[in-house]
Each structure stands twice: as C-alpha cells, then as structure tokens.
Design a protein around this ligand. Sequence first.
Ligand code: NAD
Length: 411
Amino acid sequence: MNALAATSRNFKNAARILGLDAKIEKSLLIPFREIKVECTIPKDDGSLVSYVGFRVQHDNARGPMKGGIRYHPEVDPDEVNALAQLMTWKTAVADIPYGGAKGGIGCTPRDLSMSELERLTRVFTQKIHDLIGIHTDVPAPDMGTNAQTMAWILDEYSKFHGHSPAVVTGKPIDLGGSLGREAATGRGVVFGTEALLAEYGKSCKGLTFVIQGFGNVGSWAAKLIHERGGKVIAVSDITGAVKNPNGLDITELVKHKESTGSLLNFNGGDNMDPNEILTHECDVLIPSALGGVLNRENASSVRAKFIVEAANHPTDPEADEILSKKGVIILPDIYANAGGVTVSYFEWVQNIQGFMWEEEKVNNELQRYMTRAFHNIKSMCKTYDCNLRMGAFTLGVNRVARATNLRGWEA
Ligand code: NAD
C-alpha cells in the first residue's frame, strides 16, 4: 500500500471514530493547493536542463503550512501529497500553530554541482515565492536538502520580500537557525519513548534497543539512549549492520562511522546481516530510515515489545494489524518524529521575536511539548478505546476539524 493510501486510510478511520460529517471529512482530505513548476537551469557546461518542482499545501486551518522540501529522483506527487497531509496531523498532534505542506524537486542531488544546486533552488524559489511566506507556508529541509538549501531559499525569497529569516526553518545558525535543531528529531524520539515507557513503569535504563538507520535521526536517538543507560544492541544503515548483546558504545561507533564511512568492522561489535535488524530480539525497535520497512512479509517475525516510528510511515497498515494482534505497542510517526517540526516552530518563533534562545531552553521546551502531546494522545486512546496510532490521528484530525469549523464555511 503506498504512502497516500495508508495515510488516507488512517485519516478515514479517525474521521469515523470521531463521527466527522462527510463535508468536513472531504474538505480535510483534499489539499488546499497543489503547485507544479518547471525549473530550467543552465548546467555548468552551458547546456540547459529542466526539472519539475512540487509544493503541496495541504491545510492551513491552524496556521501557516509547514513541511520539508526534498530533492530526490523519485519525488512523486502522490507521495508528496501523503507527506503534506501527515504534516497537517503531525503539527496538530504537537499542538504547534501550523498546518501541513510538503514539496520537492525530481532530481538526483549528488549528480549536480553546488552551483547547479544553488541555481536550481533559486529558480524553484522564484517560481513559488508568492505562494510561500512567514504566515503562509514555511519550508524546511528534507531528504536531499539541508541548511545550505534553506539559506539559498531565504536569500532568494528576501530579494522579493525583504529580509525574511522566518520564511524557512532548518537554516544555518548564522542566518537565524535554532540551537538544538540538528538533534531535535532524535531527541524528540527519545522524549516520546521515555513518556511511553513510563506508562509501563520502565525507563531507557537497562532496556535493549535496535535502531534501523544511523543518519541524523537514528544516530541522535542512539546517542541519547546510550547516555540514559539504554543498551543499543544493534544498528544498521545503508552500509551494513553491527551488533553487541551487551550494548554498543555509541560514541565510539559514531567516531568509527565518521572515520571509515561505514558501520562495518567496528571493534566494539560484530557485523550482522542487515536483513535481520527488524526481527532482532529487543525491548524497543526504532525504524529510523525508510518508509514501508515493516510489512506483511516480516511483521510476524518482529520480536520487539515496543516499536517507536522515528521514520515516516515505516509500518504498512497490514503490518500494523499483525503487530497489534501480537501485542506490540507502536508509538506512531505523527507523534514520535514530531520533535523536528516542533523545534522548527521554536526557530520560527525566535526569528519573529528577533531573539535567540539558549539550547537548554530549546531542549526543555521540546520535552514539555513531547510529554504533553503524549498525554493528550493517551487521553484520546481512553476516550475512544483505541491504540496509540488512532489516538494520535483522532487528536490531530479533531484539532484541525475544530479549527476549520470555528473559521466557518461562508465564502
Ligand atoms: P538521513 O538521510 O540523515 O539518514 C537516513 C539513514 O537511513 C542513513 O543512515 C542511511 O544509511 C539509512 N538507510 C538508508 N537506506 C537504508 C536501508 N535500506 N537499511 C538501513 N538503513 C538505511 O535521514 P534522517 O533525517 O535521519 O531521516 C530518517 C527518517 O526520519 C526518514 O524517514 C525521515 O523522513 C524521517 N524524519 C526525519 C526528520 C528530520 O528532522 N531529519 C523529521 C521527521 C521525520
């Protein structure tokens, strides 16, 4: 099942549980605006090349739309649409005053030079500058884009609208980025995991963790779990997988990865088959890489007691059902990885205030938002007798539906 079908199915289940009327259900499912633009740039050799860029603005009932821009060869309108919709529910679950959006350009960033990437980003910004804005739609980095991409968007946008640091988040610190943003998604994953474990009288200390993906999110989550006395017994990335039943020394593993470019042949662990990572026995499994990795083929072999969805939609709906029947507790993506967008919100607030927060304040506020959201989700689970995924979806959808109704329907 593709990302759009899975997201829409969860939305429809939530709408049914909430008893939403058909008019509002339809209005919440259809994106507010879909933008498709052609971006033609001269390559370094003087030849011209064209790329297609997208921005799907899903909903703005609760505030400016918010979501990443990805550069990837398979940027597909359906997936961008699903991810934009997920952002609407995610910002509502986190209770930050935003709607949802997502965008991208169908390109292979590693095949483009820095100057070609800069030209492409500037042309894309020229095409969409009057449809994004501080109080309209605030992009952020995603797959294939980074703080430098945001700096180019900020600069190009500011040529049309004056200096506007709050038009993008995930910027370099020198241009108004927030302290703590880089670690925020991984840190939010750990705050969410702690809130979940506390429900069962547990904490990270002494529990075993397996993490798929050792990029920004996975490596920060691993570091923070290790600091809290959790045992990260296996991790994998695109280069392979490594395990140690007594717990990997994550600080040393990060150094090994930095110096060799790979997780393999780490002298504090043993290489393992990356295909076995998701079914490795552990207390908490944290998929932090790709979507759709837990599916009907492998779900029944999962041996974790808890799954924390750091990646976006790592669990297919079929796998969701199998895992629920097995009694595995899943902390859903629209909550678990909301730490990044929450600190993006703090960045936007700091830019608007023209004031920079200390990192400690950013981290403390993030913990407050993540813990509050968890308790709000649990309260929906209690009211509607549902699992955490439906608790999160009903919480997010209900907040957006309420805001939509309060705004009224008169044209
Ligand atoms: P990243 O590019 O920094 O890291 C991705 C990691 O996944 C890398 O370690 C890569 O080697 C690994 N990977 C890729 N293919 C793999 C495979 N087949 N098996 C095992 N590992 C594989 O990306 P990221 O920013 O850490 O994002 C990870 C996930 O979290 C994505 O699903 C992303 O959408 C989601 N997410 C990220 C953020 C954020 O702020 N970075 C926010 C919300 C959600």
